[in-house]
Design a protein around this ligand. Structure first.
Ligand code: FES
Ligand SMILES: [Fe+2]
Length: 408
């Protein structure tokens, strides 16, 4: 993160603590219609966003060896296999054999014994670049069958900051273009490894789940013994970015502006100094949250939160506590405590989401009211409309009222 960006965030934190009302220029946002969380057509249109956005498929350290693979299928369609090739490049393919659609790897992850993927149905063999290499019983197929046209269908795959990303849309913009300014400002994800993983099925729409987690207004009431012991929501500095992304910097409890500035001035990476005094979290559109911070003398760590639509009223919430790779050593003891803590935070966050969904279903809530502090929620919804364009029915659209910092 450039020093001038960090300095701007520090100024924003000061401003946020001091203000007595929203800025004069801030619009009186209309309610976000409840139907946006209930309408089946809207939901189906939003599912397409998962097929056109860059999604995390894991970390590079999950693919240590040639033939390391992982299967991913969070979008209710065919699965994708991500595999490390003999040239050490990580690639992604639809896990769909070109004979009659069987899976070409077994289970959820592993290391291929030979550097090949072998279909589980009739054993067609593909190399790690997806080329068809062997057809048992070849004599039964027509002489004119052209094996060179039967490669596994590729899925866009890239790596950034130690994470492996895929995009199901063959003509999607590059990962760098998708993330815009975030691409260069994030420096602390690289080398992290998942120390623990948890998940919950939530009885609410996927956006209800995410939007409950992109404001910190709720922490005083919902997390009195956990998050509110460590963060002070009143100083939160938000940035609304292009392609639906956003950033939130929440100062730690008893934030000291001078100490924060001093830490920034001393740090090799100014953002790491900031992280000693504040938590930085991105919404990487559509469904990744990355709250993270650091202690003085330690490396930054994050909790990666993911939200996957299961149906219009049900969402899979997943989280990974991510810490610097600990190699072959025992997992550090404090990490185990951190996992228990985060599970408690997630239980607190999600306990009442089904009631919010029911409130909307019962037609007794006209929609979400969002304050200045909660503007990331409005931004999430208005970004969905920008990305879906005419695929959002007119009655459900939200007005485009909030400026975006780096418009595509
Ligand atoms: S479906 Fe894969 S070999 Fe037949
Ligand atoms: Fe929370």
């Amino acid at each position: 993160m450039e020093r001038k960006v960090v300095d701007k965030i520090l100024d924003e934190i000061d401003y946020e603590f001091a203000r007595k009302s929203p800025p004069d220029s801030f619009p009186n946002l209309p309610r976000i219609p409840s139907e946006r969380y209930l309408d089946e057509e809207q939901y189906q249109a939003e599912l397409e966003l998962f097929k056109t956005s860059w999604l995390i498929a894991g970390t590079e350290n999950e693919f240590r060896e040639v033939g390391s693979y992982k299967v991913m299928d969070r979008w209710g369609g065919a699965s994708v296999v991500i595999v490390k090739g003999e040239d050490d490049k990580i690639r992604a393919f639809w896990n769909v054999c070109q004979h009659r659609g069987g899976p070409v790897v077994e289970g959820e992850s592993g290391i291929l014994k030979s550097p090949n993927m072998r279909c589980l149905i009739h054993s067609w063999v593909y190399d790690l670049e997806g080329k068809l290499k062997g057809v048992p019983g070849r004599r039964d197929f027509h002489n004119d069958m052209d094996e060179s046209c039967m490669t596994l269908k590729a899925v866009q795959c890239d790596t950034w900051q130690g994470f492996v990303w895929i995009n199901l849309n063959a003509s999607a913009v590059s990962l760098k273009e998708w993330f815009g300014s975030i691409y260069d400002e994030v420096t602390w994800f690289d080398g992290l490894r998942a120390a623990s993983h948890g998940s919950l099925v939530l009885e609410c729409n996927w956006k209800v789940a995410i939007e409950a987690n992109i404001e910190v207004y709720h922490v005083t009431t919902v997390h009195p013994e956990t998050v509110s012991q460590s963060l002070d929501y009143r100083g939160s500095a938000h940035s609304l970015l292009n392609n639906g992304h956003s950033r939130m910097v929440v100062p730690k409890k008893d934030y000291d502006a001078n100490a924060a500035r001093e830490a920034v001035g001393k740090a090799e990476h100014p953002e790491h100094g900031l992280m000693e005094h504040a938590n930085i979290s991105y919404l990487l559109f559509p469904n990744h949250l990355t709250p993270g911070s650091k202690r003085a003398g330690a490396a930054p760590s994050i909790t990666l939160q993911l939200f996957w639509p299961l149906d219009i009223n049900r969402t899979l919430s997943e989280w990974y506590t991510m810490i610097p790779d600990w190699g072959e050593d025992e997992l550090p003891e404090e990490t185990k405590m951190g996992s228990v803590y985060f599970r408690q935070v997630m239980d607190e966050d999600t306990e009442m989401l089904d009631q919010i969904q029911k409130a909307m279903q019962s037609q007794v809530l006209d929609g979400f009211l969002t304050s200045y502090h909660e503007r990331r929620i409005y931004h999430h919804e208005s970004s969905i409309d920008r990305l879906l364009g005419d695929n959002v029915s007119e009655e459900l659209r939200v007005a485009q009222l909030l400026p975006v910092e780096n418009v595509e």
